[in-house]
Design a protein around this ligand. Structure first.
Ligand SMILES: [Zn+2]
Length: 210
């Protein structure tokens, strides 16, 4: 995963530096459709004094992911106060909606980032939440109307990634047969014992699962 790290300078108001153990991932839309309001634009903004006390961890556009804060420090993005769980225990992700970018692609990249962060920090999908959850703001406004579908996409991507990893554990000689069983939807998890792999290969040779 290609992530540009361009951290807010230490000492800025929006880099409070409180230690954070991330338990949630909070999703936002930038609400800025101006041309150039992409990840790099937001990176410049968030490092400037104009950002005030506002900060978050990642901005994603159709080209790039820029990280503004380490994930073990909190940002101020959830609107639930100085000790709120949104601000103090969640990783904030802003998805760009600049008119000169491809919004669908930006959202796709954000899903990849979310899956990566879930894995890295052991965060369950139930803890991938909207800004609205913390402070009732209508954010991420582009996703809220189809929030359920958005979460389903995250689940699918996460399980694809898990299956791909599990597939690496299958012995070489059984892989083509196991893959056929998966493609046919007969099995979900590719990993099994030696008997399972032998049976898979036998079924394949008998052309039962061609
Ligand atoms: Zn928001």
């Amino acid at each position: 995963m290609n992530i540009i790290q361009d951290f807010i300078p230490k000492g800025n108001r929006n880099r409070p530096g409180n230690t954070m153990n991330p338990r949630y991932i909070t999703v936002h839309n930038t609400g800025n459709v101006n041309n150039g309001a992409n990840a790099l634009g937001h990176s410049n903004f968030i490092k400037s004094l104009a950002a005030g006390s506002t900060s978050w961890h990642y901005t994603v556009d159709d080209q790039r992911i820029v990280q503004h804060l380490p994930t073990n420090e909190n940002g101020w993005h959830a609107g639930d106060g100085g000790h709120g769980p949104g601000n103090r225990t969640s990783i904030g992700i802003e998805i760009c909606e600049n008119a000169d970018g491809n919004y669908a692609k930006a959202e796709e990249k954000a899903v990849e980032l979310i899956v990566h962060l879930m894995e890295t920090h052991n965060i369950p999908v139930e803890n991938v939440v909207s800004h609205k959850k913390w402070s009732n703001k209508q954010c991420p406004h582009r996703i809220l109307p189809r929030w359920g579908a958005f979460i389903e996409t995250i689940k699918e991507k996460a399980s694809e990634k898990t299956v791909a990893k599990r597939f690496d554990e299958v012995p070489d000689w059984a892989r083509p047969s196991v893959k056929k069983l998966m493609d046919r939807g007969i099995i979900g998890d590719p990993v099994g014992d030696a008997t399972f792999y032998r049976i898979a290969v036998i079924l394949d040779r008998l052309k039962v699962i061609a």
